[in-house]
Design a protein around this ligand. Structure first.
Ligand SMILES: O=C(O)C1=C[C@@H](OP(=O)(O)O)[C@@H](O)[C@H](O)C1
Ligand SMILES: C=C(OP(=O)(O)O)C(=O)O
Length: 427
């Protein structure tokens, strides 16, 4: 498709759809709790709708009524043998968290997904689950899906240091630990998003977190809750960057989730001299309003502990850096190479096709600023975040940009082009 062009500044107030990480977990916790869970502002995008589908196949009754989802929890022992293979589509979060949930169940199951999922590394979850006693393996003795799980009498707690900074691995192990008898201790490599820990507490579970160390004692019974999903900062990021880059823009994004484990992009924008502010911060829901306007930016260095706090925003941050004054260096982001696609390579190749000057490295990018972008033909590689980033890049040139595989955006943000159009019309 031909991407939208910016004819005017971006102006107005928007909301973005619900947070993807919290939406997935709301279905999972709701299913595993006793009693009913209601969810408002659930993200109705392919990845999270896929999680609903999978839990229905596991025998959970999930009702959808307008903006409300009702999950009738079955408890840890109420999941049922599915009739077919469970297909998670494009969602790494779904398959990895499910591995931790299902490893302790009393039936055999196979998990698979699309071509991208079948290339993503699973040993990071398989290895610790095996150490807990699980019978779990990838296809033909590899780590790749389809993943087969066979029942074992019980799983044991574990004391485990995570070799990768990954909220998905941490969450899978928390779900497994909740089904053991005894104490599990997990030590993170870097602190990652803490939605599983926070939601476990909300569902009346117990977990102790001290810096990078997490202690969970099993078994635990969870109780259904009312979940209100805040807007997804990872979706807001595309409009934030567009407003920073398009002269005279000024936008307000309401009800955005602002867990400190997710706000690395705001810290980076401030370090680049961007005009961005938070208003109406609600400390209970960890959400607030973001105000951002066009700014003259300077390059920066992004590395170390901040990386997990902005991991999904790095493609759009790379675009931001192409317009800043001076050079930006991004390091310690090797995880980007094993997302929906190799995002280090995809960002570099596609933005360079449009005139950027980016050098990829093993664990990030070296980006020259103040480059003038031009038209061209680019691909999303079937990766939603690459597709949306390229649409924002297309706003920076008068020439036409054609994107193939644009439908990928529906993985996390089916209304992305509508919200962008709304801002361009200045609502
Ligand atoms: O736990 C989650 O909900 C997620 C964790 C991150 O993945 P990793 O755990 O692989 O870093 C992130 O990239 C993904 O979009 C969502
Ligand atoms: C990496 C992502 O998601 P997942 O790992 O769930 O596929 C993402 O949404 O950018």
């Amino acid at each position: 498709m031909e991407l939208l062009k910016a004819t005017k500044p971006l102006l107005g107030t928007i909301v973005v759809p619900g947070d993807k990480s919290i939406s997935h977990r709301s279905i999972m916790f709701g299913a595993l709790a006793n009693g009913t869970t209601t969810i408002t502002n659930f993200l109705r995008a392919d990845d999270c709708l896929g999680t609903i589908q999978v839990f229905r196949q596991l025998g959970v009754n999930i009702e959808e009524q307008d903006d409300l989802i009702r999950v009738h929890g079955v408890g840890w022992s109420g999941l049922q043998l599915p009739e077919t293979v469970l297909d998670v589509g494009n969602s790494g979060t779904t398959i990895r968290l499910l591995m931790g949930i299902l490893a302790a169940q009393k039936f055999a199951v196979t998990l698979t997904g699309d071509e991208s999922i079948q290339r993503r590394p699973m040993n990071r979850v398989i290895a610790p689950l095996r150490a807990m006693g699980a019978n779990i393996s990838g296809m033909n003795h590899t780590e790749f899906p389809p993943i087969t799980i066979k029942p074992v009498p019980n799983l044991s707690p574990i004391n485990y240091q995570l070799p990768v900074a990954s909220a998905q691995v941490k969450s899978a192990l928390i779900f497994a630990a909740l089904q053991t008898t005894g104490e599990t201790v997990l030590t993170e490599k870097e602190q990652t998003r803490d939605h599983t820990e926070e939601m476990l507490k909300q569902f009346c579970g117990q977990i102790e977190v001290a810096g990078k160390e997490i202690r969970i004692s099993g078994p635990q019974t969870l109780i259904g809750q009312e979940v209100i999903v805040p807007g997804d900062i990872s979706s807001a990021a595309f409009f934030i960057v567009a407003a920073l880059l398009i002269p005279k823009s000024k936008i307000i994004i309401k009800n955005v989730g602002l867990s400190s484990t997710r706000t690395g992009i705001i810290d980076v924008i401030k370090a680049m001299n961007g005009k961005i502010n938070i208003h109406d911060y609600d400390s209970v829901n960890q959400s607030g309003t973001i105000c951002v306007e066009h700014s003259e930016l300077v390059g920066t260095v992004i590395e170390g502990e901040i990386i997990p706090r902005l991991i999904d925003e790095l493609p759009i941050i790379a675009l931001l850096a192409t317009q800043a004054k001076g050079q930006t260096v991004i390091r310690d982001a090797e995880e980007l190479a094993v997302k929906e696609t190799n995002r280090i390579q995809a960002v570099t190749e596609e933005l360079n096709k449009l005139g950027a000057n980016i050098k990829s490295t093993r664990d990030g990018f070296i980006i020259q600023g103040q480059t003038k972008l031009h038209g061209g033909k680019v691909t999303s590689y079937g990766d939603h975040r690459i597709g949306m980033m390229l649409q924002i890049a297309a706003l920076l040139t008068d020439e036409s940009v054609f994107l193939s595989d644009s439908s990928a955006v529906s993985v996390s943000f089916p209304t992305f082009f509508d919200v962008l159009t709304e801002l361009m019309e200045g609502h």
